[in-house]
Design a protein around this ligand. Sequence first.
Ligand SMILES: NC(=O)c1ccc[n+]([C@@H]2O[C@H](COP(=O)([O-])OP(=O)(O)OC[C@H]3O[C@@H](n4cnc5c(N)ncnc54)[C@H](O)[C@@H]3O)[C@@H](O)[C@H]2O)c1
Length: 328
Amino acid sequence: MRILVTGSAGFIGFHLCRRLLAEGHEIVGLDGMTNYYDPALKRARHAALLTSNHFQAHEIMLEDDVALTRLVQDTRADIVIHLAAQAGVRYSMEAPRSYVDSNIIGTFNLLEALRACPAQHFLMASTSSVYGANAMPFAEKDRTDHQLSFYAATKRATEAMAHSYAHMWNQPTSVLRFFTVYGPWGRPDMALFKFTRAILEGKPIDIYNNGQMQRDFTYVDDCIEGIVRLLPLTPTASNDSNGSPAAPWRVLNIAGGRLVELKAYIAAIEKATGRTALRNELPMQPGEPQATLAATDELEKLTGFLPQTSVEDGVRAFVDWYRDFYKA
Ligand SMILES: NC(=O)c1ccc[n+]([C@@H]2O[C@H](COP(=O)([O-])OP(=O)(O)OC[C@H]3O[C@@H](n4cnc5c(N)ncnc54)[C@H](O)[C@@H]3O)[C@@H](O)[C@H]2O)c1
Protein backbone atom coordinates (compact mmCIF):
# COMPACT_ATOMS: atom_id res chain seq x y z
CA MET A 1 0.00 0.00 0.00
CA ARG A 2 0.97 3.63 -0.43
CA ILE A 3 0.95 5.38 2.92
CA LEU A 4 1.49 9.07 3.66
CA VAL A 5 2.90 9.70 7.15
CA THR A 6 3.13 13.23 8.54
CA GLY A 7 5.73 13.73 11.27
CA SER A 8 7.88 10.96 9.73
CA ALA A 9 11.08 12.39 11.25
CA GLY A 10 9.47 12.48 14.68
CA PHE A 11 9.87 9.82 17.35
CA ILE A 12 6.69 7.81 16.72
CA GLY A 13 6.63 8.58 12.97
CA PHE A 14 10.14 7.20 12.54
CA HIS A 15 9.30 3.89 14.24
CA LEU A 16 6.03 3.61 12.33
CA CYS A 17 7.69 4.23 8.94
CA ARG A 18 10.43 1.71 9.74
CA ARG A 19 7.86 -0.95 10.57
CA LEU A 20 5.69 -0.19 7.51
CA LEU A 21 8.73 -0.32 5.21
CA ALA A 22 9.66 -3.71 6.71
CA GLU A 23 6.15 -4.88 5.80
CA GLY A 24 6.70 -3.87 2.17
CA HIS A 25 4.66 -0.66 1.96
CA GLU A 26 5.58 2.46 -0.06
CA ILE A 27 5.98 5.34 2.37
CA VAL A 28 5.82 9.05 1.64
CA GLY A 29 7.06 10.95 4.68
CA LEU A 30 6.38 14.60 5.44
CA ASP A 31 8.12 16.53 8.19
CA GLY A 32 8.78 20.24 8.64
CA MET A 33 11.86 19.54 10.84
CA THR A 34 10.76 22.12 13.40
CA ASN A 35 13.37 23.21 15.93
CA TYR A 36 11.30 22.40 19.06
CA TYR A 37 14.08 19.90 19.75
CA ASP A 38 17.36 19.14 17.99
CA PRO A 39 16.61 18.82 14.24
CA ALA A 40 19.83 16.76 13.92
CA LEU A 41 18.02 13.88 15.66
CA LYS A 42 15.12 14.25 13.20
CA ARG A 43 17.54 14.27 10.25
CA ALA A 44 19.25 11.15 11.61
CA ARG A 45 15.87 9.39 11.77
CA HIS A 46 15.04 10.38 8.17
CA ALA A 47 18.53 9.33 7.04
CA ALA A 48 17.94 5.88 8.54
CA LEU A 49 14.61 5.60 6.71
CA LEU A 50 16.12 6.79 3.43
CA THR A 51 18.28 3.66 3.29
CA SER A 52 15.10 2.08 1.89
CA ASN A 53 14.21 2.76 -1.75
CA HIS A 54 10.57 2.64 -0.74
CA PHE A 55 10.78 5.77 1.42
CA GLN A 56 10.45 9.34 0.15
CA ALA A 57 11.09 12.30 2.45
CA HIS A 58 9.49 15.72 1.98
CA GLU A 59 10.45 18.69 4.14
CA ILE A 60 7.17 20.61 4.20
CA MET A 61 5.39 22.54 6.94
CA LEU A 62 1.71 21.71 7.36
CA GLU A 63 1.00 25.44 7.36
CA ASP A 64 2.15 25.58 3.70
CA ASP A 65 -1.22 24.57 2.28
CA VAL A 66 -0.10 24.80 -1.36
CA ALA A 67 2.85 22.43 -0.93
CA LEU A 68 0.84 20.14 1.34
CA THR A 69 -2.10 19.89 -1.09
CA ARG A 70 0.28 19.18 -3.97
CA LEU A 71 1.96 16.39 -2.01
CA VAL A 72 -1.38 14.82 -1.03
CA GLN A 73 -2.54 14.95 -4.66
CA ASP A 74 0.72 13.59 -6.07
CA THR A 75 0.82 10.79 -3.49
CA ARG A 76 -2.78 9.58 -3.78
CA ALA A 77 -2.20 7.54 -0.64
CA ASP A 78 -4.36 4.57 0.33
CA ILE A 79 -3.83 5.48 3.98
CA VAL A 80 -2.81 8.77 5.62
CA ILE A 81 -1.38 8.75 9.15
CA HIS A 82 -1.14 12.20 10.71
CA LEU A 83 1.42 12.38 13.50
CA ALA A 84 3.04 15.80 12.86
CA ALA A 85 2.20 18.18 15.67
CA GLN A 86 3.62 20.59 18.15
CA ALA A 87 3.77 18.25 21.16
CA GLY A 88 4.63 18.88 24.82
CA VAL A 89 2.57 20.12 27.75
CA ARG A 90 5.04 22.56 29.32
CA TYR A 91 6.09 24.28 26.10
CA SER A 92 2.45 25.20 25.44
CA MET A 93 2.80 27.78 28.23
CA GLU A 94 5.87 29.30 26.53
CA ALA A 95 4.86 29.24 22.87
CA PRO A 96 1.09 28.67 22.57
CA ARG A 97 0.89 30.10 19.07
CA SER A 98 3.06 27.30 17.68
CA TYR A 99 0.30 24.89 18.84
CA VAL A 100 -2.35 26.86 16.97
CA ASP A 101 -0.15 26.94 13.85
CA SER A 102 0.99 23.30 13.75
CA ASN A 103 -1.97 21.55 15.32
CA ILE A 104 -5.04 23.57 14.37
CA ILE A 105 -4.04 25.28 11.11
CA GLY A 106 -1.84 22.34 10.10
CA THR A 107 -4.55 19.74 10.70
CA PHE A 108 -7.13 21.92 8.96
CA ASN A 109 -4.89 22.16 5.89
CA LEU A 110 -4.47 18.39 5.81
CA LEU A 111 -8.22 17.77 6.20
CA GLU A 112 -8.88 20.19 3.32
CA ALA A 113 -6.26 18.50 1.13
CA LEU A 114 -7.89 15.12 1.88
CA ARG A 115 -11.31 16.47 0.97
CA ALA A 116 -10.15 16.76 -2.64
CA CYS A 117 -8.22 13.52 -2.47
CA PRO A 118 -9.69 11.17 0.18
CA ALA A 119 -7.88 8.19 1.65
CA GLN A 120 -9.36 4.78 2.44
CA HIS A 121 -8.47 5.43 6.07
CA PHE A 122 -7.21 8.56 7.84
CA LEU A 123 -5.57 8.00 11.24
CA MET A 124 -4.63 10.90 13.46
CA ALA A 125 -2.62 11.18 16.69
CA SER A 126 -4.24 12.62 19.75
CA THR A 127 -3.23 12.39 23.39
CA SER A 128 -4.17 11.16 26.85
CA SER A 129 -3.98 14.83 27.86
CA VAL A 130 -7.43 15.43 26.32
CA TYR A 131 -8.90 13.60 29.35
CA GLY A 132 -7.60 16.42 31.57
CA ALA A 133 -9.30 16.42 34.96
CA ASN A 134 -11.37 13.26 34.31
CA ALA A 135 -11.52 10.33 36.73
CA MET A 136 -9.36 7.32 35.82
CA PRO A 137 -9.27 5.01 33.98
CA PHE A 138 -9.79 7.22 30.94
CA ALA A 139 -12.30 5.63 28.56
CA GLU A 140 -13.03 6.74 25.00
CA LYS A 141 -16.74 7.18 25.71
CA ASP A 142 -16.01 9.69 28.52
CA ARG A 143 -16.66 13.36 27.94
CA THR A 144 -13.47 15.34 27.34
CA ASP A 145 -14.40 18.89 28.28
CA HIS A 146 -11.76 19.86 30.84
CA GLN A 147 -8.28 20.03 29.31
CA LEU A 148 -5.54 21.20 31.68
CA SER A 149 -3.03 22.46 29.09
CA PHE A 150 -3.23 24.41 25.87
CA TYR A 151 -1.48 21.52 24.10
CA ALA A 152 -4.37 19.26 25.13
CA ALA A 153 -6.93 21.87 24.10
CA THR A 154 -5.49 22.10 20.58
CA LYS A 155 -5.41 18.31 20.23
CA ARG A 156 -9.03 18.08 21.40
CA ALA A 157 -9.91 20.72 18.81
CA THR A 158 -8.30 18.64 16.07
CA GLU A 159 -10.43 15.65 17.14
CA ALA A 160 -13.59 17.71 16.74
CA MET A 161 -12.40 19.05 13.39
CA ALA A 162 -11.64 15.53 12.14
CA HIS A 163 -15.08 14.31 13.23
CA SER A 164 -16.83 17.04 11.29
CA TYR A 165 -14.80 16.25 8.15
CA ALA A 166 -15.50 12.53 8.58
CA HIS A 167 -19.21 13.37 8.67
CA MET A 168 -19.34 16.00 5.94
CA TRP A 169 -16.97 14.36 3.45
CA ASN A 170 -17.33 10.72 4.43
CA GLN A 171 -13.62 10.35 5.20
CA PRO A 172 -13.15 7.26 7.44
CA THR A 173 -11.14 8.49 10.41
CA SER A 174 -9.54 6.94 13.48
CA VAL A 175 -8.34 9.18 16.30
CA LEU A 176 -5.57 7.56 18.35
CA ARG A 177 -4.99 8.78 21.89
CA PHE A 178 -1.42 7.92 22.86
CA PHE A 179 -0.26 7.59 26.46
CA THR A 180 3.37 8.58 27.30
CA VAL A 181 5.15 6.73 24.53
CA TYR A 182 8.83 5.96 25.22
CA GLY A 183 11.71 3.99 23.73
CA PRO A 184 14.83 4.23 21.53
CA TRP A 185 15.13 7.36 19.34
CA GLY A 186 12.87 9.09 21.89
CA ARG A 187 12.20 12.79 22.32
CA PRO A 188 14.77 14.99 24.13
CA ASP A 189 11.99 16.96 25.86
CA MET A 190 10.56 13.86 27.57
CA ALA A 191 11.49 12.59 31.04
CA LEU A 192 13.27 9.40 29.98
CA PHE A 193 15.68 11.28 27.71
CA LYS A 194 16.30 14.11 30.18
CA PHE A 195 16.76 11.77 33.15
CA THR A 196 19.10 9.42 31.28
CA ARG A 197 21.26 12.28 30.04
CA ALA A 198 21.45 13.93 33.47
CA ILE A 199 22.19 10.67 35.28
CA LEU A 200 24.97 9.74 32.83
CA GLU A 201 26.45 13.26 33.18
CA GLY A 202 26.25 13.14 36.99
CA LYS A 203 23.75 16.05 37.06
CA PRO A 204 20.57 16.20 39.17
CA ILE A 205 17.19 15.32 37.68
CA ASP A 206 14.16 17.57 38.22
CA ILE A 207 11.44 15.66 40.07
CA TYR A 208 8.04 17.30 40.38
CA ASN A 209 5.54 16.73 43.19
CA ASN A 210 8.02 14.59 45.22
CA GLY A 211 7.83 12.00 42.46
CA GLN A 212 4.19 11.39 43.43
CA MET A 213 3.18 10.87 39.82
CA GLN A 214 1.98 7.90 37.86
CA ARG A 215 1.81 7.31 34.17
CA ASP A 216 0.43 4.74 31.79
CA PHE A 217 3.69 4.28 29.87
CA THR A 218 3.55 2.75 26.40
CA TYR A 219 6.65 1.23 24.82
CA VAL A 220 7.02 2.53 21.28
CA ASP A 221 6.96 -0.90 19.58
CA ASP A 222 3.67 -1.65 21.36
CA CYS A 223 2.25 1.67 20.19
CA ILE A 224 3.30 0.87 16.61
CA GLU A 225 1.79 -2.64 16.84
CA GLY A 226 -1.53 -1.08 17.83
CA ILE A 227 -1.43 1.40 14.92
CA VAL A 228 -0.47 -1.24 12.35
CA ARG A 229 -3.29 -3.56 13.42
CA LEU A 230 -5.77 -0.71 13.01
CA LEU A 231 -4.79 0.20 9.44
CA PRO A 232 -7.14 -2.27 7.71
CA LEU A 233 -9.94 -1.71 10.26
CA THR A 234 -11.70 1.15 8.51
CA PRO A 235 -14.39 2.60 10.77
CA THR A 236 -18.03 2.94 9.79
CA ALA A 237 -20.70 5.04 11.49
CA SER A 238 -21.76 3.16 14.61
CA ASN A 239 -23.24 3.50 18.06
CA ASP A 240 -20.23 1.79 19.64
CA SER A 241 -18.97 3.51 22.77
CA ASN A 242 -15.89 4.71 20.87
CA GLY A 243 -17.61 5.40 17.55
CA SER A 244 -19.93 8.04 16.09
CA PRO A 245 -23.54 7.57 14.98
CA ALA A 246 -23.02 10.30 12.40
CA ALA A 247 -19.68 9.56 10.74
CA PRO A 248 -17.22 6.80 9.82
CA TRP A 249 -15.12 7.67 12.85
CA ARG A 250 -13.70 6.17 16.00
CA VAL A 251 -11.50 7.19 18.89
CA LEU A 252 -9.16 4.74 20.54
CA ASN A 253 -6.72 4.74 23.45
CA ILE A 254 -3.36 3.20 22.58
CA ALA A 255 -1.82 2.39 25.94
CA GLY A 256 -0.56 -0.33 28.23
CA GLY A 257 -3.44 0.07 30.70
CA ARG A 258 -1.02 -0.18 33.66
CA LEU A 259 -0.22 2.47 36.24
CA VAL A 260 3.53 2.90 36.81
CA GLU A 261 4.95 5.07 39.59
CA LEU A 262 7.44 7.70 38.42
CA LYS A 263 9.74 6.35 41.15
CA ALA A 264 9.71 2.90 39.53
CA TYR A 265 10.49 4.50 36.16
CA ILE A 266 13.48 6.30 37.68
CA ALA A 267 14.60 3.10 39.40
CA ALA A 268 14.54 1.37 36.00
CA ILE A 269 16.78 4.12 34.56
CA GLU A 270 19.15 3.83 37.51
CA LYS A 271 19.34 0.08 36.97
CA ALA A 272 19.92 0.39 33.22
CA THR A 273 22.60 3.10 33.61
CA GLY A 274 24.17 1.50 36.69
CA ARG A 275 24.11 4.90 38.45
CA THR A 276 22.11 6.57 41.20
CA ALA A 277 20.14 9.71 40.29
CA LEU A 278 20.77 13.00 42.12
CA ARG A 279 17.37 14.53 42.79
CA ASN A 280 16.19 18.12 42.53
CA GLU A 281 12.72 18.21 44.13
CA LEU A 282 10.29 20.72 42.59
CA PRO A 283 6.59 21.55 43.07
CA MET A 284 3.91 20.16 40.73
CA GLN A 285 3.82 21.85 37.33
CA PRO A 286 0.58 23.43 36.12
CA GLY A 287 -0.92 21.62 33.15
CA GLU A 288 0.56 18.24 34.13
CA PRO A 289 -1.89 15.60 35.37
CA GLN A 290 -0.85 13.76 38.54
CA ALA A 291 -1.68 10.43 36.91
CA THR A 292 -2.84 8.94 33.61
CA LEU A 293 -4.37 5.51 33.07
CA ALA A 294 -6.19 4.25 29.99
CA ALA A 295 -9.08 1.89 29.66
CA THR A 296 -7.82 -0.52 26.99
CA ASP A 297 -10.90 -2.72 26.44
CA GLU A 298 -11.69 -1.08 23.10
CA LEU A 299 -8.12 -1.54 21.84
CA GLU A 300 -8.18 -5.20 22.82
CA LYS A 301 -11.65 -5.76 21.37
CA LEU A 302 -10.74 -4.23 18.02
CA THR A 303 -7.17 -5.43 17.53
CA GLY A 304 -6.84 -8.43 19.87
CA PHE A 305 -3.68 -6.76 21.16
CA LEU A 306 -2.53 -5.29 24.44
CA PRO A 307 0.95 -3.89 25.10
CA GLN A 308 3.20 -6.29 27.00
CA THR A 309 6.64 -4.66 27.27
CA SER A 310 7.73 -4.07 30.87
CA VAL A 311 9.11 -0.70 31.90
CA GLU A 312 12.42 -2.38 32.84
CA ASP A 313 12.86 -3.83 29.33
CA GLY A 314 11.67 -0.67 27.58
CA VAL A 315 13.87 1.66 29.60
CA ARG A 316 16.89 -0.60 29.07
CA ALA A 317 16.33 -0.52 25.29
CA PHE A 318 16.24 3.28 25.43
CA VAL A 319 19.40 3.56 27.56
CA ASP A 320 21.26 1.14 25.25
CA TRP A 321 20.22 3.21 22.23
CA TYR A 322 21.15 6.50 23.97
CA ARG A 323 24.64 5.26 24.90
CA ASP A 324 25.28 4.03 21.39
CA PHE A 325 23.82 7.05 19.55
CA TYR A 326 25.46 9.73 21.71
CA LYS A 327 28.59 7.68 22.50
CA ALA A 328 27.79 8.36 26.16
N1 LIG B 1 5.32 10.69 22.40
C1 LIG B 1 4.26 10.67 23.19
O1 LIG B 1 4.33 10.23 24.35
C2 LIG B 1 2.93 11.18 22.71
C3 LIG B 1 1.85 11.09 23.59
C4 LIG B 1 0.61 11.56 23.16
C5 LIG B 1 0.45 12.05 21.89
N2 LIG B 1 1.51 12.13 21.04
C6 LIG B 1 1.28 12.66 19.70
O2 LIG B 1 1.86 11.76 18.77
C7 LIG B 1 2.36 12.47 17.64
C8 LIG B 1 3.81 12.15 17.43
O3 LIG B 1 4.54 12.51 18.59
P1 LIG B 1 6.10 12.31 18.74
O4 LIG B 1 6.36 11.95 20.16
O5 LIG B 1 6.61 11.46 17.64
O6 LIG B 1 6.58 13.83 18.55
P2 LIG B 1 7.77 14.45 17.69
O7 LIG B 1 7.87 15.89 18.09
O8 LIG B 1 8.99 13.61 17.84
O9 LIG B 1 7.24 14.33 16.21
C9 LIG B 1 6.43 15.28 15.58
C10 LIG B 1 7.07 15.66 14.26
O10 LIG B 1 6.20 16.58 13.62
C11 LIG B 1 6.98 17.58 13.00
N3 LIG B 1 6.17 18.82 12.95
C12 LIG B 1 5.74 19.55 14.01
N4 LIG B 1 5.01 20.60 13.58
C13 LIG B 1 4.99 20.50 12.22
C14 LIG B 1 4.39 21.29 11.19
N5 LIG B 1 3.69 22.37 11.49
N6 LIG B 1 4.56 20.90 9.91
C15 LIG B 1 5.27 19.79 9.60
N7 LIG B 1 5.88 19.03 10.52
C16 LIG B 1 5.72 19.37 11.82
C17 LIG B 1 8.21 17.75 13.88
O11 LIG B 1 9.33 18.25 13.14
C18 LIG B 1 8.43 16.34 14.42
O12 LIG B 1 9.42 15.65 13.69
C19 LIG B 1 2.06 13.95 17.92
O13 LIG B 1 0.85 14.28 17.28
C20 LIG B 1 1.90 14.01 19.43
O14 LIG B 1 1.07 15.08 19.82
C21 LIG B 1 2.75 11.69 21.43
